[in-house]
Design a protein around this ligand. Structure first.
Ligand code: EPU
Length: 337
């Protein structure tokens, strides 16, 4: 197992923040991961996946373990579905493409989401009416403490909106090494009534889309709104959409009758954080190299050499303005380290 010292993490996080790892090792097998976890070079281990949901605000005084486990295996199949075991280090979108090419349905709406397969369950990635939990069976993990292997069922993962057990109760305890997914081979359950998908398909005169056509439509929509991390550092949505109760909602709706909202239940309403941010005039604004994306206000961007602290300062400025104006607290969905 090769260990590097003082390694820049700039190309290991999609925000392209230039922080330094005291020690760094890229692991490509479960065995080398176990060895690395027992390594004595540094008592603290920092687990790094695709780096797409991470804001680094300081150098990492630890042994950084880059999860580079690869492989996709078909482990079960019947007339209508397949079960695939996918290693944590596989790039998420490469996996989506693999599924489209093999006509496996279920994750076409999740096309082009940055990051890796192993980190996707942590925040239950979602877009255009589909969430990872819809196709998830279970995942294999390794305990950071004692290197024992443990399987987490879907129920145990306790998935919620951009949330799972790996973000709260078991935060920092386990490394996801692979994920098992169930996907359809026939009768794909197509989700095209969310957001602008149907509109985008209509524009291309597609009435009964294949999963490939849905994926292509999602890619076009995302490309038009969301910046490509290879061109402009970012971490997708920086904040979660806030959920408020019916009393707060009544008050909000009276004051801002034009604001969009999504009713979750009789007592809960989700408000698009992007609308709140845009309303406060932050959309497209730039403070040094830290900024808010011009096409989607929920996305913070690094125009070049922003530090993580500068991005965080901007996030806090946005947060407090929104709290002041709307009385609503928006919280990051990105892990701030
Ligand atoms: N809006 C604005 N200004 C903007 C953008 C949006 O006012 O700049 C308002 C509009 O009213 C729009 C509403 O916000 O109708 C919702 O916008 P959008 O459909 O773009 O979705 P979102 O709620 O901003 C969420 C996810 C995205 C996902 C899209 C599509 C979260 C935190 N974000 O964004 O996920 O792609 O829905 O399903 O739930 C990500 O997590 O990194 C991500 C990009």
């Amino acid at each position: 197992m090769a260990i590097e010292e003082h390694k820049s993490l700039k190309y290991y996080n999609t925000f392209k923040i230039d922080c330094i790892a005291r020690y760094f090792s890229s692991v490509d097998s479960i065995e080398s991961l176990k060895t690395a976890l027992q390594s004595k070079v540094h008592a603290t281990k920092f687990i790094l996946g695709g780096g797409s949901n991470l804001l680094l605000t300081k150098n990492i005084e630890a042994l950084v373990l880059h999860i580079n486990l690869k492989g996709i295996q078909l482990i079960d199949e019947d007339k209508s579905s397949v079960v695939l075991n996918v290693m944590a280090g596989e790039n998420w979108h490469d996996f989506v493409e693999f599924c489209i090419n093999n006509n496996y349905g279920g994750i076409e709406n999740l096309s082009l989401i940055p990051g890796n397969v192993g980190t996707a369950p942590i925040q239950n990635i979602g877009a255009y009416g589909v969430e990872l939990k819809d196709v998830f069976i279970d995942c294999n993990t390794l305990s950071i403490n004692d290197q024992s292997e443990k399987k987490f069922t879907k129920k145990e993962c306790d998935f919620g909106y951009r949330n799972s057990i790996f973000k709260h109760k078991k935060k920092g305890d386990y490394i996801i090494t692979s994920v098992n997914f169930k996907l359809t081979k026939i009768n794909h359950k197509k989700m095209i009534d969310y957001g602008s998908i149907r509109e985008e398909l209509k524009k291309h005169q597609i009435h009964s889309p294949s999963i490939k056509e849905i994926s292509e439509a999602v890619i076009r929509i995302r490309k038009s709104k969301l910046p490509d991390p290879n061109e402009l550092g970012n971490s997708g949505s920086f904040f979660k959409n806030p959920v408020i109760n019916n009393i707060e909602f009544k008050n909000f709706n009276e004051n801002f009758p034009k604001a969009p909202y999504y009713k979750l239940s009789d007592t809960e309403y989700k408000i698009p954080a992007a609308w709140l941010i845009e309303k406060m005039g932050f959309k497209g604004k730039r403070f040094g190299d830290a900024g808010v994306h011009k096409n989607q206000a929920l996305v913070l961007v690094n125009h070049g050499n922003a530090t993580g602290e500068e991005i965080l300062t901007l996030a806090e400025k946005i947060q407090s303005k929104i709290k002041e104006e709307f009385g609503i607290l928006i919280v990051p969905e990105v892990n701030v380290v």
